[in-house]
Design a protein around this ligand. Structure first.
Ligand SMILES: Cc1cc2nc3c(=O)[nH]c(=O)nc-3n(C[C@H](O)[C@H](O)[C@H](O)COP(=O)(O)OP(=O)(O)OC[C@H]3O[C@@H](n4cnc5c(N)ncnc54)[C@H](O)[C@@H]3O)c2cc1C
Length: 404
């Protein structure tokens, strides 16, 4: 066992940190207030290869390993504690990988080079008004083949990057029911690449989120949307499985962005408690302050180990088939379960140390609290769904509540 970083990994971390601290960190309040990521940041990310970096070089990506992608996610979280830039990064890294793996060459040629240049957005759309956790039960979107086209009808909600997709163009990998036999179960769904901009039959909505304001959340309605058949992504009726693969990867990157942001906020807290004095001594000298700090740092380190173990397993899974998807999904779910919850708790603690200042927009902590809450509420899977995955792997699928 070897916990050290390779020279290449160290260099990559330093490169991303240097960029993120110089270019992104000073503009986080502006990103939060203006509710968009400045073009110069997108351009800089594209130049560094940070956009959909897991996509193969053939389509403009870096073919980066999951370990490298996770390092970048951690550094982006450290720089943008509101988590807007990290969301844009990780959605494209995880779902760009799935599109590259399963999309048709023609559709990939059309979109991936633009995504990696920051000229198009690539997102994921599985959630519907009836629910996000129970995709099987809630998915009402239908796709029916008509000649050499697919016709989609339905609605997706709480979707990241809808405004970005309208501004830049791009696609959302959209899950639709394609087998209407009630016995079809998980084998009833297929992924499609749905361009939102200028597509007849698409109408969009917007939600005003509480946090991560720099990237939009919206919805779209599909009314007889006609897609050429090469926009089908992956195998017919295997969309559920492709979605689970993407979620596992995304959850690892989410864990990493959360540990980056959590450490950044803890560091702000440490600086503050060393300087701020009460009753004649620095706050840092009181055990009432020290002991929670110790707990939060220990959680952070535990979560970092989970995140990087999951990234390492993803690499082993794709390069050597050394693990199954289930093995990897288990550790990824643990990382996604703990990193947002522990991160939120740590940020809340730091807010206490800052006193009234934390409750103002003079201090950045409130952006972190609002941003990280998106991940414990549900983005890329609610926490109880992480618990269901973990319980399924520990106890066996026969104990899943919906199988009883
Ligand atoms: C900021 C943000 C961005 C998002 N971006 C996207 C996106 O880009 N694309 C996309 O498709 N979706 C996106 N989502 C939606 C996200 O995937 C869903 O919120 C998530 O899957 C949960 O679905 P839901 O919100 O419908 O809650 P529900 O599924 O209705 O769940 C509500 C609550 O019930 C709990 N619950 C559900 N089932 C069980 C059970 N069996 N046992 C115990 N508890 C249970 C859940 O843990 C949750 O707490 C985003 C969400 C947020 C908050």
């Amino acid at each position: 066992m070897d916990f050290s970083w390779s020279e290449e990994e160290k260099l990559w971390r330093n490169t991303v940190r240097d960029f993120a601290q110089k270019v992104i960190a000073p503009r986080v309040r502006e990103i939060d207030t203006e509710e968009r990521i400045p073009d110069e940041i997108i351009k800089g990310m594209a130049e560094l290869g940070l956009l959909a970096l897991t996509v193969s070089e053939e389509y403009g990506g870096m073919g980066a390993s999951w370990t490298m992608a996770t390092i970048a996610a951690e550094e982006l979280g450290r720089a943008d504690i509101s988590l807007a830039v990290p969301v844009l990064y990780l959605v494209e890294a995880a779902w760009g990988f799935i599109f590259d793996r399963y999309g048709t060459p023609q559709a990939k040629e059309e979109y991936l080079p633009k995504v990696t240049k920051g000229e198009a957005f690539l997102g994921i759309a599985t959630t519907e008004p009836e629910g996000g956790s129970d995709i099987l039960g809630a998915c009402r979107t239908k796709a029916v083949k008509e000649g050499n086209h697919w016709v989609l009808n339905g609605e997706k909600v709480y979707i990241s990057g809808v405004l970005e997709s309208l501004r830049w163009g791009g696609i959302h990998l959209t899950l639709a029911r394609t087998d209407f036999n009630p016995e079809a179960g998980h084998r009833a769904f297929t992924f499609f690449a749905v361009p939102l901009k200028d597509t007849p039959g698409i109408t969009t909505t917007r939600f005003i989120d509480m946090g991560r304001m720099g990237i939009s959340t919206g919805g779209f309605h599909m009314d007889n949307v006609r897609l050429p058949e090469h926009y089908m992504v992956g195998e017919l009726n295997r969309g559920f499985y492709h979605a689970m693969e993407g979620f596992t990867a995304a959850r690892v990157l989410i864990g990493a962005t959360c540990i980056g942001a959590t450490e950044a906020v803890l560091e702000m807290g440490i600086e503050h408690i060393k300087q701020r004095r009460a009753f004649g001594r620095p706050l840092a000298s009181y055990e009432g302050i020290q002991f929670p700090l110790v707990e939060h740092y220990t959680n952070l380190e535990r979560n970092r180990l989970l995140v990087y173990k999951a990234a390492w397993m993803l690499d082993k899974l794709y390069k050597e088939k050394a693990f199954t998807h289930h093995d990897t999904a288990l550790i990824a779910a643990m990382a996604k379960l703990r990193a947002p919850i522990d991160g939120f708790a740590a940020m809340n603690e730091v807010a206490d140390w800052f006193g009234a200042l934390a409750y103002t927009k003079e201090a950045p902590i409130e952006m972190g609290i609002r941003g990280i809450r998106s991940y414990s509420i549900g983005a890329e899977g609610a926490q109880n769904i992480m618990r269901l995955i973990i319980a399924r792997e520990i106890l066996g699928p026969e104990y899943l509540p919906y199988r009883q």
